[in-house]
Design a protein around this ligand. Structure first.
Ligand SMILES: *Cc1c(COP(=O)(O)O)cnc(C)c1O
Length: 860
C-alpha cells in the first residue's frame, strides 16, 4: 500500500466513529435494569419474556443478552411498553415473583445443617455456564458449576462462588463449506455482562499476587445469582503490563504458562479477594483441579496466626472438599517442575512457604511433574467423583495418594451430577406441570410426587412434545440457512437438508447428539456400519433424522476431524436431510435441541464419561435416552426409562469394543426404538412411546436435578467439612497442631511398624462359638493407641444372601510380649460357612477426618 493510499484511507476513517445513544428507562420500568443484572433471568422465563415482548427482533439479535438489549432498545419502544397496560401487568407480576424469590429464606433442612449465621460455603471453579449471554464456559463443567450456584440460590444456602472473568470467553464456532471448524473470538465489555464492579472506598476492588519480577493485579467483579454472589477476577487493568492484561482473555486458551498463571490468579487471587471483602467461608469447595492453588494461600493465612505449615495444612484441608471430574489422566493439569518453580516461586517465597514441600503436594508417581489433582486431593480431606462409576474410577486412578489403602476403601466418594430444572425445562412443560401439580417446584427431591406425570393425559403430553419439536425444527432451519448461506451452499440444497425435519405428515423421528467433540465421546460410533444406518434412516415409511452439534477444542485436531466426517456425511446425496450438523453449540441451542428431540444419544467410551448431564436435561423434557451405561446413565437407567448399550470389557481391543457397541446401538434402533416410535395408532402417536417417555421423565427428574445434588453436597460434605474445620481451628488451631505433630511422628516410625499373627488360629468352629484372634505388633516407638488393629471378614460363599460388605472387628491392646504389643479380640463368625479373615493395622487418631486419610496400612 502506498503512503498516499494509506492517508486516503485514514482520512476516510477519521470521518467515521461510533456513538452509542443509550436509552433511558422510563420511571414505570426502572427496575428492568435490576432484572437485567441478576442471573435470575437465566432460569426465569418471565424475566426473559419481558425483554422479548418489548422488541423480539432485537432480543434475538442481541442473543438474549438483557444488558445489551437495554443499551440498544429504542427509547420509543420503551415508552410504548411503559404505556401498555398489559405489559405493565406482566412486568409487575414478574417483579413480584422476583421479589418473593429474593426474600424467601432457606428451608428448615438447610438451616439445620448449615446455619447461615455461622456457616458459609465458598465454591471455586474455572468456568461458570449460566446462560448464553455470559460466555465464560466451555461445556459440561461450566454448566454444572452454573447449575450448582442456581440450586444453592434456590435452597437459600450460605454460599459464594469464585471464578475468572474472561473477556473473550470460549470461542464461537463456525463450520465452513469443507467441514472445517473455524474458531472466532469476540470481546465482551463488562457493560454488556451481568456483572458490577465490587467497590471499596469508592473504587473498584483490586487484589494482587506476586508473579515473576512483578505483581499481577486483578479487578474484582460480582455477579448476582438470586440469593448468592459470584466473584470474578480479571487481569485487564492498567497496573499490569500489556501481556498480563491479556492473561484472562480466553478460557482454556494460550499455553501451559498461561494456564498455570490463570490458575494462580484463580486460586490465590480468588482467596485474596474473599479476604479483602471480609468474607470468611467455613467450607471450601474446589471444583476440579484448576482452583487448587487456593490451598496454599489459605495455609499462608493460617500461618499468620502462628501455625506451622503442616498444622496450617491440617486445618485448611479439614474444611475443604475437592471434586474431580476427569476420568482420563490427560484431562488433568500437569505442569513441569521448572514451570511451577518459575510461575509459583515468587509467591511461595513472599508467602514464606517451602517450595519443595509445596511441590510434594502436587507430585504424582515421582516423575518430576506437578499435578493439580494431586494438590487438590492432598490439600483436602473430603473428595468426590461425579457418578457412582466415576467415583470408582477416580478411586483407582488416584489411589497412589493413599498408597497402602485398597482403592475401594480410599476416601474418594461420589455425588452424581444433576441439572437445574428451571433452566433446562421448556416453559411449555413447566406450564403443564403447573396445571397438573402446582407445587412441583418444591417437590424436586421427592420421587413419589413425580408419579403425577402418569396422570397427564397422553394426548396433552404428546401435544406439548410436538409443539416443542416444531419449535426446534424452526430453529434448526433458521440456523442451517444462516450457516449454509454464508458458506455459499445453494438454496435448493438447504431445502433438501431440512425437508425431512419439517415434513408434518411424516413427523420423522429425531435423534440428537450434541456435546463437546472430544474423541472419547465417539460421536461417529453410529456410523460404524454405514450401509445399515443408511437403510434405517432413509426408510420412506419410518424416516429418521440425526442432528449433531458441538465444538472441538481448537487444539484438538482429532476432535475437529470428527466434525469434518459428520459434515461430509451430511452433504452426501443419499443421506441428505437425514444427518444435520449445526455450528456453534451453546446453552441456547442446548435448550432447543434437548426439549425438541425424540431420542438423545450418547455413546462415550466406558468409563470415560465422568457423569454427563445433557441426557438428564433431555429426560426431563420428555426425550428418551439411548446411551452407553456410563456416568449418570449407569444409575439412571432402570430397564424401562430409555435404552442402554452395555459397554464391553475395557480390557478388550478398542476397535472390537467400538464394533460391538455400535452393533448394539443399531440393533436397538432397528428392533426396538424405531418400531416403537412408529407404532402409531388412530390418535397419530404411539401410546407405548408416550408411556416410556413418561417413565423417563418421572424417574429421572427427581433424581438427577441440581437441588438433589447440592443437598447431597450439604449433607455429605459441606456440613461435615464446616464442623471439622471448626474443630481443628479452635483454640488457635490446637487440634490441627496436635494432629500435624502426631502425623509427623507416625510418618517417621511407620516404616518400622510390623504386624504378625500371634499363635495359631483355628480354621473351623461351630456357628455360635467365639474364636480368639491375636496379633503381635512391633510399634517402633509408637503407642498402642496410635494405631487401630482390625480384623476384616468377607464371605467366601456365594450361597449367602445378597452381598453384605466386609464386617470388621477391632482388636484391643492386650499387653506386651518380647518387646512387641499384643492385640486381641474374641469374635463370632459373621457369616455361615466359609469366610476370609484378614488382619491389618493403620494409624489412628481421633482428630482424623477419615480413618484412612494417612494412606498407611499394614496387613498381617
Ligand atoms: C449440558 C450441557 C453440556 C454438558 O453435556 P454432556 O452431556 O456432559 O456432554 C455441554 N454444553 C452445554 C451447552 C450444555 O447445556
Amino acid at each position: 500500500m502506498t503512503s498516499n493510499h494509506r492517508e486516503v484511507l485514514n482520512m476516510h476513517k477519521a470521518t467515521e466513529f461510533r456513538l452509542e445513544a443509550r436509552p433511558q428507562l422510563p420511571e414505570a420500568l426502572h427496575r428492568l435494569g435490576e432484572l437485567a443484572n441478576d442471573l435470575f433471568y437465566s432460569w426465569n422465563h418471565g424475566v426473559r419474556g419481558l425483554f422479548a415482548r418489548i422488541d423480539l427482533r432485537l432480543w434475538q439479535k442481541v442473543e438474549h443478552n438483557p444488558k445489551l438489549f437495554l443499551r440498544r432498545v429504542s427509547q420509543h419502544r420503551l415508552e410504548e411498553a411503559a404505556a401498555d397496560r398489559a405489559f405493565l401487568a406482566e412486568y409487575r407480576r414478574v417483579l413480584s415473583s422476583y421479589d418473593a424469590y429474593v426474600e424467601a429464606g432457606p428451608g428448615a433442612e438447610v438451616v439445620e445443617l448449615l446455619n447461615p449465621e455461622t456457616s458459609l460455603v465458598a465454591y471455586f471453579c474455572a468456568e461458570f455456564g449460566f446462560h448464553e449471554s455470559f460466555p465464560i464456559y466451555s461445556g459440561g463443567l461450566g454448566i454444572l458449576a452454573g447449575d450448582h450456584c442456581k440450586a444453592a440460590s434456590d435452597l437459600g444456602l450460605p454460599f459464594v462462588a469464585v471464578g475468572l472473568l474472561y473477556q473473550q470467553g470460549y470461542f464461537m464456532q463456525t463450520i465452513d463449506a469443507q467441514g472445517q471448524q473455524v474458531a472466532r473470538y469476540q470481546c465482551h465489555d463488562s457493560d454488556e455482562l451481568p456483572i458490577s464492579p465490587v467497590e471499596q472506598d469508592g473504587e473498584q476492588l483490586k487484589i494482587s499476587v506476586p508473579f515473576p519480577g512483578r505483581e499481577l493485579w486483578a479487578r474484582v467483579w460480582q455477579a448476582r445469582v438470586g440469593h448468592i454472589r459470584l466473584y470474578l477476577l480479571d487481569a485487564n487493568t492498567p497496573e499490569n503490563n500489556e501481556q498480563d492484561r491479556e492473561l484472562t482473555l480466553q478460557l482454556y486458551g494460550g499455553d501451559s504458562d498461561t494456564r498455570i498463571s490463570q490458575e494462580i490468579l484463580l486460586g490465590i487471587g480468588g482467596t485474596r479477594a474473599l479476604a479483602a471483602l471480609g468474607i470468611k467461608p467455613t467450607a471450601w469447595h474446589i471444583n476440579e483441579g484448576h482452583a487448587a492453588f487456593q490451598i496454599l494461600e489459605r495455609c499462608r493465612m493460617a500461618m499468620e496466626h502462628g501455625l506451622s505449615f503442616e498444622a496450617a495444612l491440617e486445618s485448611v484441608a479439614a474444611c475443604t472438599l475437592f471434586t474431580t471430574h476427569t476420568p482420563v489422566p490427560a484431562g488433568h493439569d500437569i505442569f513441569p517442575r521448572d514451570l511451577v518453580a518459575h510461575a509459583l516461586g515468587p509467591y511461595t517465597e513472599t508467602a514464606g512457604l517451602d517450595f519443595d514441600r509445596v511441590f510434594e503436594l502436587g507430585a504424582k508417581n515421582g516423575d518430576g511433574t506437578f499435578n493439580m489433582t494431586s494438590l487438590g486431593l492432598r490439600g483436602s480431606r473430603f473428595h468426590n467423583g461425579v457418578s457412582r462409576i466415576h467415583g470408582g474410577v477416580a478411586s483407582e486412578m488416584e489411589g497412589s495418594i493413599w498408597p497402602q489403602i485398597p482403592p475401594e476403601e480410599n476416601p474418594i466418594g461420589y455425588i452424581t451430577n444433576g441439572v437445574h430444572v428451571s433452566t433446562f425445562l421448556a416453559p411449555e412443560w413447566a406450564s403443564l406441570f403447573e396445571m397438573q401439580a402446582p407445587t412441583w417446584k418444591s417437590e424436586l427431591r421427592n420421587p413419589d410426587f413425580w408419579n403425577f406425570v402418569d396422570r397427564i393425559p397422553d394426548y396433552h403430553y404428546w401435544s406439548v412434545h410436538k409443539a416443542l419439536k416444531q419449535q426446534m425444527a424452526e430453529f434448526i432451519v433458521r440456523r442451517l440457512r444462516r450457516q449454509h448461506q454464508r458458506n455459499g451452499t445453494g438454496h435448493s440444497v438447504t431445502e433438501r437438508m431440512t425437508r425431512k425435519l419439517v415434513s408434518p405428515e411424516k413427523d420423522a423421528m429425531v435423534i440428537g447428539f450434541a456435546r463437546r467433540f472430544a474423541t472419547y465421546k465417539r460421536a461417529t460410533l453410529i456410523f460404524s456400519d454405514l450401509p445399515r444406518l443408511e437403510r434405517l434412516l432413509t426408510d420412506p415409511d419410518n424416516p429418521v433424522v440425526l442432528v449433531f452439534a458441538g465444538k472441538a477444542h481448537p487444539k484438538d485436531n482429532p476432535g475437529q476431524q470428527l466434525i469434518k466426517v459428520i459434515h461430509d456425511l451430511s452433504m452426501q446425496p443419499s443421506l441428505m436431510g437425514h444427518i444435520i450438523l449445526l455450528e456453534d453449540y451453546d446453552q441456547a441451542m442446548a435448550r432447543r435441541l434437548l426439549s425438541g428431540v425424540d431420542v438423545w444419544l450418547n455413546t462415550p467410551e466406558y468409563p470415560k464419561e465422568a457423569s454427563g448431564t445433557s441426557g438428564e436435561k433431555a429426560a426431563m423434557n420428555g426425550a428418551l435416552n439411548l446411551s452407553v451405561l456410563d456416568g449418570w446413565w449407569g444409575e439412571g437407567y432402570d430397564g424401562n426409562n430409555g435404552w442402554a448399550i452395555a459397554p464391553r470389557d475395557i480390557r478388550l481391543d478398542q476397535e472390537f469394543r467400538n464394533r460391538e457397541e455400535a452393533r448394539d446401538l443399531l440393533d436397538l434402533l432397528e428392533m426396538e426404538i424405531i418400531p416403537l416410535y412408529y407404532k402409531r395408532e388412530a390418535q397419530g402417536y404411539s401410546k407405548d412411546w408416550v408411556a416410556r417417555s413418561k417413565a423417563s421423565m418421572k424417574t429421572i427428574t427427581p433424581r438427577f436435578n441440581s437441588q438433589r445434588m447440592v443437598m447431597d453436597y450439604v449433607r455429605n460434605y459441606y456440613q461435615p467439612a464446616s464442623a471439622q474445620g471448626h474443630r481443628l481451628a479452635a483454640n488457635k488451631g490446637e487440634l490441627a497442631n496436635e494432629l500435624a505433630q502426631w502425623k509427623a511422628r507416625i510418618r517417621a516410625a511407620w516404616h518400622g511398624v510390623n504386624i504378625q499373627m500371634h499363635g495359631c488360629v483355628t480354621d473351623r468352629c461351630n456357628w455360635d462359638e467365639e474364636v480368639e484372634l491375636s496379633v503381635e505388633v512391633a510399634l517402633n516407638g509408637l503407642a498402642p493407641e496410635d494405631i487401630r488393629v482390625e480384623c476384616v471378614v468377607s464371605p467366601d460363599c456365594t450361597g449367602s444372601h445378597g452381598e453384605p460388605g466386609p464386617d470388621s472387628f477391632i482388636l484391643e491392646p492386650a499387653g506386651d510380649q518380647d518387646g512387641k504389643t499384643l492385640f486381641s479380640a474374641r469374635i463370632k463368625a459373621p457369616y455361615p460357612g466359609l469366610q476370609t479373615l484378614r488382619l491389618r493395622a493403620y494409624p489412628y487418631h481421633d482428630a482424623l477426618t477419615h480413618p484412612l486419610e494417612m494412606g498407611a496400612m499394614l496387613w498381617a
